[in-house]
Design a protein around this ligand. Structure first.
Ligand SMILES: [Zn+2]
Ligand SMILES: [Zn+2]
Length: 316
């Protein structure tokens, strides 16, 4: 069944139809002899062995090029103790840090954006943004970069210009996390209801697996690079990457439902479950377009609840 989903997805996202079509990068490409020679000497094989991953991108059903992000993450983490924190400038152990936390609904980016950060700069930001983080994300957006994932667009657009202090940025972080809790609960219920295929086809991106990736001009002190070079390939290894991505994403939903989520407000849980019941019923009746509309409606409703909560919290 999973195999069928992936094959279908591959044809659906033939290079011409893909949003991250390789043509998009042609402006930067130099297909010169020296690059080709490097490709042919097995350099890609060593890239593949170094291929790591950030399970959070799967667990939180994040948008963006998860495969390129994994590669970039590995490259940044390689600096280890010899790294330089891109936030405070201190020398020491660094790890790759997402500018917008994946666990709050941000995208890994397409092309991906990650930066090296020391322990104190990194961990402090895990689930909590300060005002400067939100401003930096807004700057990226103004440069035309998509920073949030599909499930967080509504709430992000409603809240992003509201916070005026670190305290309010913290509230926004909490509300984004709550939105993602509703989303994962909804997705988990739909998967449990037997409609994994609907979720995979509409909300996951296995097609990113089918590229070899090379970053040119990579700077380990900033995580920046000049160009990303992607080449389409149907290597067996790549279909295994895609299968694994889909499998972990679906497994994570089940694990999420089993988790103790009592820290989240319980008041809207019944409404979230109602949305799930309706969507499952529509899918049972093979009414995919209605189900998609209902999914959108659910996301707007979650945002409405949370914006109301932000406004009432600020008034007090
Ligand atoms: Zn630092
Ligand atoms: Zn996709």
């Amino acid at each position: 069944n999973l195999k069928y989903i992936l094959e279908k997805k591959q044809t659906m996202f033939s290079p011409g139809a893909m949003s991250n079509c390789p043509d998009r990068f042609d402006g930067y490409h130099t297909y010169n002899k020296c690059c080709r020679a490097r490709e042919d000497t097995g350099r890609h094989r060593s890239n593949l062995q170094r291929y790591g991953e950030d399970r959070r991108a799967y667990e939180y059903w994040s948008d963006g090029d998860w495969k390129a992000a994994a590669w970039l993450m590995r490259e940044i983490n390689k600096a280890g103790k010899r790294g330089i924190c891109s936030i405070c400038g201190k020398r020491g152990k660094v790890t790759a840090d997402h500018l917008g936390p994946i666990s709050l609904g941000f995208s890994v980016g397409d092309p991906p954006f990650l930066r090296p950060a020391c322990r104190s700069c990194n961990s402090g930001r895990n689930n909590r943004m300060i005002l400067a983080d939100i401003k930096e994300l807004r700057k990226k957006e103004q440069d035309g970069i998509d920073v949030v994932s599909w499930h967080t667009k509504n709430i992000w657009n409603l809240l992003k210009d509201k916070p005026k202090s670190d305290e309010e940025a913290k509230i926004v972080s909490r509300l984004l996390r709550t939105n993602l809790h509703y989303v994962l609960t909804l997705l988990g219920r739909i998967a449990e209801g037997g409609h994994r295929q609907f979720l995979v086809e509409n909300y996951l991106h296995p097609e990113y697996a089918y590229y070899s990736i090379e970053f040119l001009g990579f700077d380990p002190t900033t995580g920046n690079y000049d160009q990303i070079k992607k080449k389409r390939s149907t290597m067996r290894q790549y279909s295994r990457n895609a299968e694994r991505y889909v499998r972990i994403s679906l497994e994570s939903l089940g694990q999420y439902l089993d988790k103790d989520n009592r820290k989240f407000p319980q008041e809207h849980l019944r409404d979230v479950n109602n949305f799930a019941d309706i969507i499952i019923e529509q899918l049972d009746n093979r009414n995919q377009s209605r189900a998609l509309n209902k999914m959108d409606k659910a996301l707007t409703t979650f945002s409405d609840w949370l914006v109301e909560e932000f406004n009432s919290g600020i008034d007090e």
